[in-house]
Design a protein around this ligand. Structure first.
Ligand SMILES: N[C@@H](CCC(=O)N[C@@H](CS)C(=O)NCC(=O)O)C(=O)O
Length: 249
């Protein structure tokens, strides 16, 4: 069968085509969901660096505000010159490289790379297994998410109840990825993560990409079921508070 290679798959990272018309108020612009863990990574870095930016809250049901983009996930970052960057860890590197340039680039520091990958591959999935550990905790989370995210009034209730059911299924499938039950697994993953924190941060004296990546994931859990595991962790709780002070997020 012939393959149409004129159709390009959407890719992560910096895009060739610039989209200056997608910036808002002449500022760097982030397309996000308010409660999205990957978006919190970027908000934390922007906050730490005191970078002014515009936020476009995407409607999670129809994603109307992303129709212009091949990449259909949040976060998407559009710089003032129209440079579009997709995918949270790529966005962290882009923002740092065009500003303070204070943490190693991808491929330069295997430890930072390892913990940045960990944020998506392990930590993100571990928190989902905990937050959506039962139908009750799932509906509780969706009640919050549908109030805070940009859902239209009409779709809020449907998303709370049906979304709660769907996310319970997602939670179950995430839980299957780990040997331990969800709460014990998160506790264990935080223990593992503590090994990467050298001094105050993964980046020693100052946060690096691994700090923003993992903090963002955990920040999205604040106020939800299971956050007590983060708050009570002997190492992670102090690091988390330090990141919160640093970023103001
Ligand atoms: N690898 C991506 C994952 C982004 C992601 O999955 N975002 C979710 C929101 S938390 C999303 O946009 N989901 C909508 C969809 O996939 O249609 C990143 O790190 O930015």
């Amino acid at each position: 069968m012939a393959v149409d290679d004129s159709i390009e798959e959407p890719t992560s990272g910096v895009q060739k085509k610039r989209v200056p018309e997608r910036t808002v108020n002449g500022l760097p612009t982030m397309y996000c969901f308010e409660t999205c863990p990957f978006c919190f990574k970027v908000k934390a870095l922007l906050g730490s660096r005191d970078i002014k930016y515009s936020k476009v809250e995407v409607d999670p049901t129809f994603k109307t505000q992303l129709k212009w983009s091949d990449w259909g996930k949040v976060p998407i970052f559009v710089d003032v010159d129209g440079t579009q960057v997709n995918d949270s860890n790529h966005i962290l590197h882009y923002i740092d490289s065009t500003g303070a340039n204070s943490f190693p680039r991808a491929g330069e520091d295997p430890e930072q790379d390892r913990w940045m990958d960990f944020s998506n591959q392990v930590l993100g999935k571990s928190i989902v297994a905990v937050i959506y550990t039962s139908y009750r905790t799932s509906v509780q989370a969706l009640d919050y998410v549908t109030k805070v995210d940009n859902f239209s009034f009409g779709s809020r209730l449907i998303n709370k109840w049906i979304g709660g059911f769907i996310m319970r299924m997602v939670g179950k499938s995430r839980a299957k990825m780990f040997e331990l039950p969800p709460r014990e697994n998160l506790q264990y993953q935080l223990d593992v993560m503590s090994e990467g924190i050298q001094g105050k941060f993964f980046g020693k004296q100052e946060p690096n990409g691994a700090d923003y990546a993992n903090f963002g994931i955990l920040r999205s859990m604040q106020g939800l079921y299971g956050f007590d595991i983060v708050q009570n962790h002997p190492i992670i709780s102090g690091w988390y508070n330090g990141m919160q002070d640093h970023s103001g997020v």
